[in-house]
Write a protein that binds this ligand. Structure first.
Ligand code: CNA
Length: 257
């Protein structure tokens, strides 16, 4: 389970912190409060701030860091049952983890849906509009085309239901870079069996690790990159991870050219 904290080392700030790059960019639009950007009522009143954020998070503006590649390595080794993410930056996909291994619990910019006729559109159909600061509209009914990001009050993607099968099967739960404050995601941390070890890597103690710890919990507080490097070292995978990061970085450099 991961959250915004795994992407801060990639340069993506918390949306809520005033003064951060993403938030400051939105001030020009007079949004009443940061969360409004993910509220349908405000979106229909003024969709521009949301699309400004979408443009900012465009694949290529940011790159995965060693944390994302650690999960990719787990996948390559056949050890990753699933990666549940709250992030909407798409960096798990960029790191090469197949979509089948992901549950993007708060949605994705990879697809979009017309808010009126509910037709679905792949990103190639509407990204050009977003990049040119235009609000994308449905070619059939002229409704606003909204990327499939989960707004407040909207249901989570159907794939989230996979947790019912996944969590009882897990024999280790890794939780990185999340405040475990947003439900229903946060409660997944309790969905593994009572004897299953849970490892929390985060800057601070969060969720049930603080108020209902289990006997097999392990907590590593501090910076996520430093902690992942330490874990990888203990596993004896340092060279393998470095090689993977180098290979993938070269690929991304090639795509940028
Ligand atoms: P959050 O509530 O902002 O919590 C982040 C947690 O990560 C906090 O406990 C921080 O202390 C911790 N943290 C931050 N940086 C580091 C670091 N370098 N090393 C270790 N720990 C760190 O974020 P959550 O994901 O828990 O909250 C859920 C919201 C935030 C979701 O709806 C997301 O969509 C949304 N969000 C996503 C992104 C993104 O996609 N990258 C960015 C900002 C917010």
């Amino acid at each position: 389970m991961v959250g915004a904290g795994i992407s801060t080392p990639s340069g993506i700030p918390d949306f809520r912190s005033p003064g951060s790059g993403l938030y400051s960019n939105l001030l020009q639009y007079n949004i009443p409060y940061p969360e409004a950007i993910f509220e349908l009522e405000f979106f229909f009143h003024n969709p521009k701030p949301f699309f400004t954020l979408a443009k900012q998070l465009y694949p290529g503006n940011y790159r995965p860091n060693i944390t994302h590649y650690f999960f990719r390595l787990l996948h390559d080794k056949g050890l990753l049952l699933r990666l549940y993410t709250q992030n909407i930056d798409g960096l798990e996909r960029v790191s090469g983890i197949p979509v089948s291994k992901l549950v993007e619990a708060h949605g994705t910019f990879a697809s979009a849906t017309c808010t009126v006729c509910r037709r679905s559109f792949p990103e190639k159909d509407w990204w050009a509009d977003v990049m040119m600061d235009r609000v994308p509209c449905c070619p059939v009914c002229a409704g606003i085309v909204k990327p499939d990001i989960v707004f407040f009050g909207e249901p989570l993607p159907e794939r989230f239901l996979l947790h019912v099968l996944d969590f009882p099967m897990a024999d280790l739960l890794l939780i990185l870079g999340t405040s475990l404050e947003v439900e229903p995601f946060a409660s997944l941390s309790e969905a593994v069996g009572a004897s299953v070890p849970r490892l929390l890597i985060n800057r601070d103690l969060v969720g049930t690790f603080a108020w209902r710890p289990r006997s097999r919990d392990v907590v590593q507080l501090g910076d996520v990159v430093h902690s992942v490097e330490r874990l990888v070292e203990l596993l004896g995978w340092t060279k393998e991870l470095q090689d993977l990061v180098q290979r993938e970085t070269r690929k991304l450099d090639g795509q940028d050219r």
